[in-house]
Design a protein around this ligand. Structure first.
Ligand SMILES: Nc1ncnc2c1ncn2[C@@H]1O[C@H](COP(=O)(O)OP(=O)(O)OP(=O)(O)O)[C@@H](O)[C@H]1O
Ligand SMILES: [Mg+2]
Length: 491
């Protein structure tokens, strides 16, 4: 790709970008949220058209006007947004675009059996034969949907595979599986473009690192000749500061939440914990450990199905639905922001004010001016990259959507914030920004419960860290415990 340019609504998001990948080469494409990574790859895969520049495949110019063109050139795309069709089966999703056909009475029809077999084959090659080709995608977990997408990309037998944050909602073992696939494809001379915010994995699997900053090329590095710090500096354009706020121990205030013996089926068993004002309590757990249920139970998102007792702000607290949690003064940022958090068709402003719409006036008389002022303030304080509060949410880059989901709970009526995976998909610069904000909010007296499968996040952020494993609190650590110790307690 040479001299690629692209604007949206008059704003340039790519400016004369060059990008190339050789057969059998793994190139990591890195950059901050909104740098233009996904846009560049959507241009390569015919999802977006380019305003300028050339694309050549094997030395010949290619138009790439539609995704079909890209498929014809052997390019397969695993997009950042999960793109399985929920009311189709696993087999249909995998074979999408290349359904095996047979003729019946002279008419071509989809050969269901061949399709299921093909899907089965690919899934078992990947080591996921437990996913049934007949299952509906709607019934799969997020990680399983991701695997179906990967299977689809592989079914196409591509010579170039583009993966946009493939490991963002996967466990470490599942991510390991992706690395295995990448290595195998590399041996078969497949070219791979790998977009990720996890620098560690990039240094493990990439042959070359290409950096975009503000829509321009900002450096090309070989992992063996460079350091994480150099790469981060190229991404941000400045030297990065310390990731976590200096650890001046805070003195927690009175207990705001105390939970005793919370249980939900066999996935959460007798979990007890407290969170005080001005305290950041971290719960580290691998996906499937129960870490993804705890926040939902406390907030009321699991209904009244759980057992156990809670007190919140000095009163008995038994939420039956999320409205109860919110009314009590709990803010909840879910991990599945794409699914539960974002109203894609509305503006950034409407998304920001959604939880506390009433504050800005009644439904009929909402004060647009106050909403806009508040939105502008949030956009500024969290460094959300938008063209302004009226930009449609769906057109924000992935990481900037995350920041909107966090910002909207920073409301004075919130007494405790529950954050699931607060920095998933967020770039290093913004991640640091979010950590500093959380430390500052705690200093102002907010109670914060962070649930995360990122062990360094918990180690760096929490005043007190709990480790959850198989539904049970396995250990509790004081402030300052290192990541390796937490990890060891979880395994
Ligand atoms: N359809 C669109 N309409 C308007 N603006 C868009 C559209 N798609 C992307 N943009 C803008 O282009 C810029 C680059 O976005 P892009 O999604 O390529 O970023 P990214 O590097 O993939 O970031 P992230 O790491 O957050 O995924 C952003 O400012 C985004 O708001
Ligand atoms: Mg992106």
């Amino acid at each position: 790709m040479t001299g690629i340019g692209k604007s949206f609504g008059g704003v340039a998001v790519l400016d004369s970008v060059n990008f190339a990948v050789q057969p059998g080469e793994v190139v990591a494409l890195l950059g901050s949220n909104g740098a233009g990574k996904s846009t560049l790859m959507k241009i390569l895969t015919g999802v977006y058209s380019r305003d300028s520049g050339r694309i050549e495949i094997d030395g010949a110019e290619a138009s790439m006007a539609t995704p079909r063109d890209a498929t014809a050139h052997g390019i397969s795309f695993l997009p950042q947004e999960i793109s399985v069709v929920p009311d189709m089966t696993v087999a249909e999703n995998i074979c999408l675009g290349a359904m095996p056909a047979r003729t019946r009475l002279g008419v071509a029809i989809v050969d269901d059996q061949a399709m299921r077999l093909r899907a089965q084959n690919i899934l078992s090659q990947l080591g996921f034969s437990h996913i049934s080709p007949r299952a509906f995608a709607a019934d799969l977990t997020v990680a399983e949907r991701r695997i179906v997408e990967i299977a689809r990309a592989l079914a196409a037998d591509a010579s170039i595979l583009v993966m946009d944050e493939p490991t963002a909602s996967l466990t470490e073992q599942e991510a390991e599986m992706i690395f295995r696939i990448v290595r195998r494809l590399k041996e078969q001379q497949t070219s791979i473009v790998y977009i990720s915010h996890y620098l560690k994995e990039v240094f493990v699997i990439a042959d070359r690192i290409e950096i975009l900053r503000d829509g321009r090329n900002a450096g090309s590095f070989l992992p063996r000749d460079t350091s994480v710090a150099t790469v981060v500096e190229a991404m941000l354009g400045t030297v990065a500061g310390e990731m976590f706020a200096a650890k001046t121990p805070r003195t927690p205030g009175e207990t705001i939440l105390s939970a005793e013996n919370l249980s939900l089926g066999k996935n959460l068993r007798d979990v007890s914990l407290t969170v005080a004002r001005g305290e950041i309590v971290g719960v580290f757990g691998l996906v499937g450990s129960g870490v993804e249920l705890l926040g939902r139970v406390i907030y009321g998102a699991e209904g009244a199905r759980h057992a156990g007792n809670m007190q919140f702000a000095g009163r008995p607290f038994a939420p039956k639905n999320p409205a109860d949690g919110k009314r009590a003064g709990i803010g909840f940022v879910t991990a599945e922001r794409k699914k539960d958090g974002i109203i894609a068709d509305l503006s950034v402003r409407e998304n920001l004010v959604a939880p506390f719409q009433r504050r800005f006036g009644s439904a009929l008389f909402t004060s647009r001016r106050r909403e806009t002022a508040q939105s502008v303030a949030w956009i500024k304080s969290l460094g959300i990259r938008t063209r302004g509060p009226e930009q449609e949410m769906r057109t924000l880059s992935g990481g900037n959507q995350q920041k909107v989901c966090l910002a909207r709970w920073l409301d004075p009526s919130v007494k405790m914030l529950i954050l699931e995976e607060p920095t998933r998909g967020v770039d290093v610069g913004a991640r640091r920004e979010i950590y500093l904000q959380l430390a500052e909010l705690a200093r102002q007296g907010l109670a914060i419960l962070v649930l995360s499968s990122d062990v360094e996040e918990i180690a760096g952020l929490a005043d007190r860290a709990l480790v959850i494993d198989r539904g049970v609190i396995a250990a509790e650590f004081a402030h300052g415990t290192d990541a390796a110790t937490l990890m060891a307690a979880a395994a």
